[in-house]
Design a protein around this ligand. Structure first.
Ligand code: BV8
Length: 251
């Protein structure tokens, strides 16, 4: 494991940083990770089974109830010190005309609520829903929904604006990710288990483009071996400490 001071030195010397966050960053806001997102009555379901177009087609009521429960939980949560630290790091870079791109696998919108600006939601959003009839997107929907599935004003059933397993990532998100990963000096993966592709493969794209790569996580992942450096611990504690050390090193 590399020392936090060395990672701060690396970041302070970078011109362009790409960050990829997973559910481990939102965990400290009280949002269960995807694998833990099934509790109580949902415990009998496999999240990977529910997060698919097939599940929605088979049982739109069940799937939209699950997503609405997750949406309500997210709306009741707040960004944590890890989210705020990443927003501060972006500000430190932006005011020095350096580039900072935040790719997030999280669908909870907490990075934007914490003040992050250049955010790419590679797996979409729980807050935005889409009409399956017209493709129109809706943001300000009743909480909770009054019907399951909720129905748009065009009369079509709504689906959550997330990327399901078996669905391609949005073209603009893929493009932004590819651009960031092929030009960044430093790539940080934070709080992600590195099992879901193509996001899990971002580290290989960054590394082959010459970036120095760092994995900040509670524990090792199947992608740990690909990273140059690792930092182990809770994101809500490590990130504020890291950003303070970067701030002290920036001129
Ligand atoms: C696609 C939205 C083309 C939905 C999600 C190879 C290439 C391409 C595709 C594939 C491939 N191999 C297999 C595939 C198919 C599939 C896939 O990857 N399957 C896996 C399971 C093998 N990929 C896809 O289908 C993708 N589409 O590639 O399109 C295509 C099309 C057709 C056929 C083939 C290819 C789409 C994937 C997007 C799925 N949608 N989310 C929803 O939320 O309901 S993914 C979802 O699970 C999350 O977004 C997250 O990314 C992922 C994992 O969730 P979690 O486990 O909760 O979170 P995370 O991984 O971030 O783990 C938490 C980590 O944090 C842990 O390591 C833990 O230790 C750590 N931690 C916890 N607490 C803390 C902490 N760390 C620090 N501090 C803490 N406090």
């Amino acid at each position: 494991m590399t020392d936090i001071a060395d990672i701060a030195e690396l970041i302070a010397g970078a011109d362009h940083i790409a960050v990829n966050t997973g559910a481990g960053v939102s965990a400290e806001s009280g949002i269960p990770t995807f694998r833990d997102a099934l509790e109580g009555l949902w415990a009998k379901y496999d999240p990977q089974e529910l997060a698919t177009p097939e599940a929605y087609a088979r049982d739109p009521e069940l799937v939209t109830r699950w997503y609405d429960e997750r949406r309500q939980k997210v709306l009741a949560c707040a960004p944590n010190p890890g989210h705020h630290a990443l927003a501060q790091l972006e500000a430190l870079f932006t005011e020095r005309k350096r580039r900072f791109v935040l790719l997030t696998q999280n669908v909870d919108g907490l990075h934007v609520r914490a003040g992050s600006r250049n955010v790419v939601e590679v797996h979409g959003s729980l807050i935005t829903w889409r009409c399956t009839k017209t493709g129109a997107t809706y943001h300000d929907l009743p909480v909770p929904f009054d019907t399951y599935p909720p129905i748009s004003d065009a009369g079509g059933p709504l689906r959550p604006g997330v990327v399901w397993f078996g669905e391609s990532l949005p073209a603009d998100a893929l493009e932004a990710s590819f651009e960031a990963l092929s030009t960044c000096d430093v790539y940080l993966a934070i709080g992600t288990s590195g099992v879901v592709f193509p996001a899990a493969g971002f580290v290989e794209q960054a590394r082959s483009a010459g970036a120095t790569t760092v994995e900040i996580n509670l524990d090792d992942t199947p992608m740990t071996r690909v990273f140059h450096h690792t930092l182990r611990g809770k994101s809500g504690e490590l990130l504020p400490a890291l950003v303070e050390q970067v701030r002290a090193r920036l001129v």
